[in-house]
Design a protein. Structure first.
Length: 230
């Protein structure tokens, strides 16, 4: 098996959180969830792990969930989690915190949210679900909790034999500036594992902190709509 090729570390950039310099050079990332054999065979929920690559297949980051066993088994896809995102030197450059929230649109006061920190402990953005009777809609917020973008998904996010697109929109809610795509991985993999592939596209000149926040949105969308409910 060929060794993983890492994207070369760029030079430090003023006012850019350490480790996010990679994101200044790209307009998309590919997120591949790793297949966990114990989970695939026995249905025992394990911590999710992801490889984040650029468009030419070079690894940019590695992401690992940190959730205790009891929470994973009892709460399933609704579980609160911490995800640590590390660079090629093993340094944590992003920390994602998802609190426990309700999974029903009937409770508009307790919808899903994720906080993105870089460096760990310093919030740089939030993804907040907005109430809608049938569509998955999210606000992309900056560190001051001001809306900078929106995300709008399809009425039925879980579709068979096709990609599923969540549009990234400007604040007007109409102009598409990017997208988060859950990629169809084949019938066997879709049926027997919840290891997903995603693509996250954004403007090259987008604020690097907002790019990192959109990466956080990818993980939240995975848990909300594509994690198998045991």
């Amino acid at each position: 098996m060929a060794a993983m090729q890492w994207m070369n570390a760029p030079a430090m950039i003023p006012n850019c959180p350490p480790g996010l310099e990679y994101l200044t050079q790209i307009d998309q990332v590919l997120v591949h969830q790793q297949v966990e054999l114990l989970e695939a065979i026995l249905g025992f929920e394990t911590n999710n792990r992801y490889v984040v690559k650029n468009s030419v297949g070079q690894q940019v980051y590695f992401a690992a969930e940190r959730t205790d066993c009891c929470t994973r088994q009892c709460c399933g896809p609704l579980r609160p989690f911490e995800i640590q995102v590390t660079d090629n030197a093993g340094q944590e450059v992003l920390h994602l915190h998802r609190p426990l929230r309700c999974g029903s649109c009937c409770c508009p006061c307790c919808l899903q949210e994720i906080e993105v920190q870089s460096p760990p402990g310093t919030p740089i953005g939030y993804i907040v679900q907005k109430w809608h009777i049938c569509l998955p809609i999210f606000s992309v917020l900056n560190a001051e909790r001001e809306e900078v973008l929106k995300i709008k998904g399809p009425c039925i996010p879980c579709r068979c034999c096709t990609d599923v697109n969540f549009k990234v929109l400007a604040k007007d809610g109409e102009t598409e500036v990017g997208k988060i795509t859950k990629q169809w991985t084949g019938l066997v993999r879709e049926a027997f594992t919840d290891a997903e592939n995603f693509g996250v596209q954004f403007p090259m000149d987008l604020d690097v902190k907002v790019k990192a926040t959109l990466l956080g949105a990818c993980f939240l969308i995975d848990f909300m709509f594509f994690e198998h409910n045991k």
